[in-house]
Design a protein around this ligand. Structure first.
Ligand SMILES: [Cu+2]
Length: 370
């Protein structure tokens, strides 16, 4: 029997043969994985308003858990720009994006979706982290006045979008009305850097980018509607142009600037999770970098390092980690700068700490040309 060495693993060239080297499992996967929720500890995750993250541990302790999450749907008129432009949003828990859910691989998510009688439309939830039944969409369609509970196991690590998908034209309409959010499924041992060494974040923020399609009247002014249903026809016409009227972070132009700006200290390792449920985007931290970037979202893949700008495909989420080295006001933008500055996709981060003149210094202040 001939033995050949492929990528450092001894394999038998005899397909019928079964040598110990060919059948031995690597140590990491030799640990039995939990595949049933029976007997597992139950915990409740209290979701919070983005860009904040729910309380969570980075490295899982103990066995997988059943994580109970409750999301309440709210159809509401929201202000999406400082000029007072309002639109009917469809939301998970009242915010655009909906709250971040954080679990570990192999945990079971037991999600209760509530559609209060004060709403007017059918809704559901499709989680890209879930397997089967349209990501749960088939099992969660609820009318106003109903609630539903379903459970899925988080088998894949990474950051994933979730969104409403109630069928037909309602799918894109609900998504661009703000009905999307994200879930982070951490490896049980936490995150690893490009060399496979453990890495932790000091802070994490969830930035949900949203394209809105607000109709205008004959004078070009944004129209406001009395009910969520009244604007659907006009909104669909704007959607067909594929030209958003607004592209924003966390529900409104300026939501993450001024009083809503994020904060960090020099030396903080900050994880930015960025989702876009409908449209491609390209986050960039002006004056900083993506030290470690899980651009396509999977934590099973080694992160890319030292990126200037990273790409988030429409219908996905990605994560980037950066250790701030200088104080100041940083802008975190969609680096289609028209989308950032003219449409709204920009955030600020106030970073406090000591300035390092070795990293950057103004040698000569602006003055007359010699
Ligand atoms: Cu919906």
């Amino acid at each position: 029997m001939a033995l050949v060495l492929i990528a450092g693993i001894a394999c038998s060239s005899d397909s019928a043969g079964s040598t110990p080297a060919a059948t031995e499992e690597p140590a990491a996967t030799a640990v039995p994985r939990v595949t049933s929720p029976d007997g597992l500890e139950r915990v409740t995750q209290t979701v919070v308003l983005p860009p904040m993250m729910p309380v969570h541990e980075q490295v899982a302790t103990g066995a997988p858990k059943i994580v109970e999450v409750r999301l309440e749907i709210e159809e509401k008129l929201i202000e999406i720009a400082p000029d007072g432009t309002k639109m009917w949003a469809m939301t998970f828990n009242g915010s655009v994006p909906g709250p971040m859910i954080v679990v570990h691989q192999d945990d079971f998510v037991e999600l209760t979706l509530v559609n209060p009688a004060t709403n007017t439309l059918q809704h559901n939830i499709d989680l890209h982290a879930a397997t089967g039944a349209l990501g749960g969409g088939d099992l969660t369609l609820v009318n106003p006045g109903e609630e539903v509970t379903f459970r899925f196991q988080a088998t894949k690590t990474g950051v994933f979008v979730y969104h409403c998908a109630p069928g037909g034209i309602m799918i894109p309409l609900h998504v661009v009305s703000g009905m999307n959010g994200a879930i982070m499924v951490l490896p049980r041992a936490g995150l690893s850097d490009a060399q496979g060494q453990p890495v932790k974040y000091d802070k994490a923020y969830y930035i949900g980018e949203q394209d809105f399609y607000v109709p205008t009247d004959e004078n070009g002014a944004y129209k406001e509607y009395a009910t969520v249903g009244e604007g659907i026809g006009d909104t669909l016409e704007v959607m067909k142009t594929l030209t958003p009227s607004h592209i924003v972070f966390n529900g409104a132009v300026g939501a993450l600037t001024g009083d809503g700006a994020l904060s960090a200290n020099v030396g903080d390792n900050v994880l930015f999770i960025h989702s876009q449920a409908n449209r491609d985007t390209r986050p960039h931290l002006i004056g900083g970098h993506g030290d470690l970037v899980w651009e396509r979202g999977s934590f099973d893949d080694a992160p890319q390092t030292n990126l200037e700008t990273w790409f988030i495909a429409g219908g996905s989420a990605g994560a980037a980690m950066y250790e701030f080295k200088q104080p100041g006001l940083y802008a975190y933008v969609n680096h289609n700068l028209i989308e950032a500055i003219l449409k709204g996709a920009a955030a600020h981060i106030n970073v406090e700490g000591e300035w390092n003149n070795d990293l950057m210094e103004q040698i000569k202040a602006p003055g007359p040309i010699n």
